[in-house]
Design a protein around this ligand. Structure first.
Ligand code: KIV
Length: 266
């Protein structure tokens, strides 16, 4: 195994920050995609509760359940050889208190091969983060735009409360989080937070000053069905490729061209 194949760990994430190496992350929700992304060399995968939106077609992440997260995380965990796999704790799987959070995060590590969990919160969730870390469960804290609080915050908007974000970053670092995800924060503020903590920051809509970047895989490969978020960049047009392939398949079947002798048995 060379360095590229050596499995990623939370301590390697920290070492990458110290070495000034950018960390790459993407979301993944199933075996095939996880294998492709892992083999392409991404450092970390997130089984995001965004699956409620991009896989299930809901308007928010709130409907994702523990059972669904376990189902998808198990598929992703089984596919991956190198990347660090982080699993989102869905809405109401940790907000009820330490006991529930421990039980649910424990299920994620016991029943999937994934190595860490992510939860949304700063100082308000520091007690939960600390309890999980004490139990040996690595935690990524999610600050800035918190999709699970969309009804309270009033929408998916850029978060600019500098004092609060700096305090929250310190609080989750102090509680033992191995990494901090920063979503939709002005680039200069995200860079300031990144410089103020020892743990790596992973940005989405938070500029290039973060220690790493994460994107939703559907946005990166052109499978977004609605509006593409401003922070996303599309590197391939799989939507068109899939629709063209399917249109050609339908045409060949209708014309009797498929299956040909080559695809038939004697
Ligand atoms: O659920 C998710 O996909 C996320 C994004 C911020 C990457 O948390």
């Amino acid at each position: 195994m060379d360095a590229h194949e050596t499995p990623m760990t939370v301590t390697r994430f920290t070492a990458m920050k110290s070495a000034g190496q950018k960390i790459t992350m993407l979301t993944a929700y199933d075996y095939t995609m996880a294998r492709l992304l892992d083999e392409a060399g991404v450092d970390g995968l997130l089984v995001g509760d965004s699956l409620a939106m991009v896989v299930q077609g809901h308007p928010s992440t709130l409907p994702a359940t523990m059972e669904q997260m376990l189902y998808h995380a198990e598929m992703v965990g089984r596919a991956v050889r190198r990347a660090l796999v982080v699993v989102d704790m869905p809405f109401m799987s940790y907000q009820l208190g330490v006991r529930d959070a421990l039980a649910n995060a424990g299920r994620i590590l016991k029943q999937t091969r994934c190595q860490a969990v992510k939860l949304e919160g700063g100082a308000d969730q520091a007690e939960i983060v600390a309890a999980l870390v004490r139990a040996g469960i690595p935690v990524m804290a999610h600050l800035g735009l918190r999709p699970q609080s969309v009804h309270q915050s009033g929408g998916y908007t850029v978060q600019r409360n500098r004092q609060q974000l700096l305090q929250d970053s310190q609080a989750v670092q102090q509680a033992g989080a191995f990494s901090i995800l920063l979503e939709c924060i002005p680039a200069d503020l995200a860079a300031e937070i990144t410089a103020s903590v020892q743990v790596p920051t992973i940005g989405i809509g938070a500029g290039s000053g973060c220690d790493g970047q994460i994107q939703v895989i559907h946005d990166v490969v052109g499978l977004t069905l609605g509006r593409l978020p401003r922070h996303a960049k599309t590197y391939a047009d799989l939507k068109t490729a899939i629709q063209q392939a399917v249109a050609q398949y339908c045409q060949e079947v209708r014309q009797g061209l498929f299956p040909s002798a080559e695809h038939s048995f004697r």
